[in-house]
Design a protein around this ligand. Structure first.
Ligand code: IVH
Length: 689
């Protein structure tokens, strides 16, 4: 109520208010949909606050389509059911993942259209099949009035409050749109947003989401819109529901593609991957093209959708039950499957690291049969709460190793196995297993006493990228270690024909081959030998850099940590690990014996080069840094061997962002490029100086 004695709020300038709203809508569209903002975030915030101030003084001027009204709805007790004015259909699914999947659809379409072989190719629109959930957005006179889920196709749920929080969805459309307009499309979560969300969940000790679709569905079905607002969602438009008919002044589209272009012009996100395809050949090409891009896209898709482009032809083809005859969803091979956990094994790595591995009932996923999936470490296994007997979702995308993404919630009250606990002794040698402070891994303390570590140390030394002993595989190494023929690495070179030929299933010829391969492996190079020793944190590149810098093995073995730090690629962890290794008399003894057995390499003069820690790395500086000027920051980076570029791309290593950082920062976040502030840059430089 207006207090009689306080001065009345000033008369609002309606034209100014309208201009503010229009400007904010415009910039939100540029930011969220076009990904090309033209003002800094701070300027957007300033405009936003100005509008908020006016609306606080004149609440009656606040309209539902105001940019301030995206968040702020009250929590609901339940969702209200709504009837779709035009039912939301589903599409026939083609699971044949060969070219024939597309060819069959084209064949059917031609038959239904009565086209003979001489008739020209049918024109289709090919689109990604987004892996989210279908949404119907209803606009009346250009204002978003309702967002509803698909439900059973006839009745859905009103989730307007949650959908308003999606920046990509316009709250208000340009004046040219028809009075009634229902836009249909997919609400989904980008992969980078998903990763960030799960990271946050982990930090807060909350359960992580299994995949982007579940995360998106969970957000849409949140009763509290303030929670939904914290779950970053995106949207792609792909169709229409009820629209003012042509006779009543509605739009007259000739084709699906034309309709999508119009939706884009009205401010809706339409995927850049949508294409026109003529005939089966181009459908197949599209399927393969998108299939090849699949793992690199910013979002999950589970196939592609083909639609007859001409709306006249679509009408002629009509529907069978709830599915249009003019469209089909051509699926890709599944990247997720359900299976059962048969057991949880603990494996011992080369450096003694204990890794829990889920043993799974064999399942075909992402193109291979999976029987094992790493659970990484105890914390991860417990966080995922994977237990023996559980039904789990296994995912294998691209060439990534298969992983258990989550447990399918067991029925309430169902008996479950015990929560995983890492054994406190090594399952192979019985030595104590310890987890050092600040580490996630337990390690077997048995060292080369542990046969598991010995086996892997030998395999590591004998691998192609190390000294390479051709034909020395894991089966043979298992036997050699289990029969106690090999206790230390040098024993490898003491193997005689007789001891080899005496092993199970070892033909004379193979024994001879191994002896020859061992002989050949003695002529090696310093980097291969050094890498082959299996020192923690010393990979191939580091071994090469050390060899180049020091020239001789003895020089490396005796170098103090400070000197090692001068080598490109060597930081404190690596230097300490090298020192620890070579300070142990038994390791020096192994090296001496290998040399005594005749393992040799050429040694060169030392080639000390100044450390250029940033060589090969590209930086982009954006915004204002608190103390460093642009040029100063650039000089520092370049002095350390780095490059400074003007724009962000996948090749960018770091983005250094200060205040008022705008689109470059957004782009970095979108691409998942690491972002540093000035302090972070300085620390990076310090780490290497
Ligand atoms: S068109 C009449 N296009 O797939 C056709 N659907 O059953 C109506 N979907 O849950 C759908 N990407 O949410 C269409 N480019 C796309 C799509 C798509 C994903 C989903 C849709 C629905 C299911 C189809």
């Amino acid at each position: 109520m207006q207090d009689l004695f306080s001065s009345p709020a000033p008369e609002p300038d309606l034209a100014h208010l309208e201009a503010l709203k229009r400007s904010l809508h415009e910039h939100a569209h540029r930011y969220y949909v076009l990904d090309a903002p033209t003002i800094p975030d701070a300027e957007y915030d300033r405009l936003f606050k100005a509008l908020q101030a006016i609306e606080t003084q004149h609440p009656d001027l606040t309209t539902p389509d105001s940019p301030t009204q995206r968040v702020g709805g009250k929590p609901l007790d339940q969702f209200v059911s709504v009837r779709h004015a035009v039912p939301m259909l589903s599409i026939k699914t083609e699971t044949d993942t060969e070219a024939s999947g597309a060819e069959n659809f084209d064949g059917r379409a031609r038959r239904e259209l009565g086209l003979d072989e001489s008739a020209p190719a049918v024109e289709y629109v090919a689109e990604p099949k987004f892996d989210g959930l279908a949404m119907s957005l209803r606009y009346e006179h250009g204002v978003l009035v309702q967002a509803a889920t698909r439900g059973d196709g006839e009745m859905g749920e009103d989730v307007t409050q949650n959908i308003r929080t999606i920046g990509q969805i316009p709250l208000r459309l340009p004046g040219t749109v028809p009075p009634v307009l229902e836009v249909r499309g997919e609400v989904y979560m980008r992969r980078d947003d998903f990763e960030r969300l799960n990271e946050k969940q982990r930090e807060r000790g909350l359960k992580t989401f299994v995949n982007t679709r579940n995360a998106a569905a969970g957000a849409v079905r949140q009763l509290d819109p303030s929670i939904a607002a914290q779950r970053p969602l995106s949207f792609y438009a792909y169709g229409l529901g009820e629209v003012t008919p042509v006779e009543a002044g509605g739009p007259a589209f000739g084709s699906h593609f034309e309709m999508l272009q119009t939706l884009k012009n009205w401010g809706f996100p339409v995927s850049e991957l949508v294409q026109i395809a003529r005939g089966a050949t181009e459908l197949v090409a599209y399927y393969q093209f998108i299939g090849a891009q699949r793992d690199g896209l910013g979002f999950d898709i589970d196939g592609v959708v083909y639609k007859v482009n001409s709306l006249v032809l679509q009408r002629r083809m009509g529907f069978v039950t709830r599915e249009p005859r003019w469209a089909v969803a051509h699926k890709f091979p599944a990247q997720e499957q359900l299976t059962t956990v048969l057991g949880i094994d603990v494996q011992v790595g080369r450096t003694g690291k204990l890794t829990p591995v889920a043993k799974l009932a064999p399942v075909f996923v992402g193109g291979v049969t999976v029987t094992n999936a790493t659970l990484h470490n105890e914390d991860e296994a417990r966080r995922k709460d994977v237990r023996i007997g559980d039904t789990v979702i296994v995912r294998r995308a691209g060439d990534v190793i298969p992983e258990v993404v989550g447990v399918v919630l067991p029925a309430e009250g169902a008996e479950r196995g015990a929560l995983f606990t890492m054994p406190r002794s090594c399952p192979v040698c019985g030595s104590a297993a310890v987890r050092e402070a600040g580490e996630v891994d337990y390690r077997c303390t048995g060292g080369l006493f542990c046969s598991a570590q010995r086996k892997q140390a030998i395999l590591h030394f004998a691998q192609r990228r190390a000294v390479e002993v051709e034909g020395l595989g894991d089966k043979l190494v298992d036997q050699l270690v289990d029969c106690n023929v090999i206790k230390t690495l040098p024993d490898l070179y003491r193997l005689g024909l007789t001891s080899l030929a005496g092993l199970d299933r070892m033909a004379d010829k193979s024994a001879q081959n191994i002896v020859e391969a061992l002989e050949k492996s003695k002529q090696t190079t310093l980097p291969r030998f050094l890498f082959g020793l299996g020192i923690r944190h010393v990979g191939e590149a580091t071994a090469k850099a050390l060899a180049r810098y020091f020239g001789k093995l003895d020089a490396i073995m005796d170098a103090p940590e400070e000197q090692m730090l001068l080598v490109n690629d060597v930081g404190p962890t690596v230097a300490q690990s090298l020192r620890t290794f070579f300070d142990q008399p038994h390791n020096r003894e192994v090296v001496a014996q290998l040399r005594a057995c005749g393992v040799t390499w050429a040694e060169g003069p030392p080639a000390p080069v100044l450390a250029t820690p940033f060589s090969g790395q590209t930086f982009v500086i954006t915004g204002t840094l608190p103390t460093l000027g642009r040029d100063e920051a650039k000089d520092l980076i370049e002095a350390a061997g780095g490059k400074v570029a003007g724009s962000v791309s996948k090749k960018t290593t770091y983005v250094v962002a200060g205040t008022e950082a705008g689109s470059k920062l957004a782009k970095a976040l979108e691409l998942g490029v690491t972002v540093l502030d000035e302090q972070g840059l300085k620390e990076l430089l310090d780490d290497h100086s």
